[in-house]
Design a protein around this ligand. Structure first.
Ligand SMILES: [Zn+2]
Length: 56
């Protein structure tokens, strides 16, 4: 289970590291505007990552 969690965390970190092509300045420090799907996707990755970290 721990390994699966770690794998998911790495996946999410990669999504965050790549960022949005249209908005390279967006670092998911606050909620994305719903206008850009890619930013919303990154924001969701951030939320899930935080949830995983808090669940350790
Ligand atoms: Zn964007």
């Amino acid at each position: 289970m721990i390994d699966l969690k770690l794998e998911r965390q790495i996946e999410l970190l990669e999504i965050l590291a790549k960022g949005c092509k249209k908005h390279p300045a967006y670092r998911a420090m606050r909620k994305a505007t719903e206008k850009c799907e890619e930013c919303v996707y990154i924001w969701q990755a951030r939320v899930e990552l935080n949830a995983l970290e808090n669940d350790l």
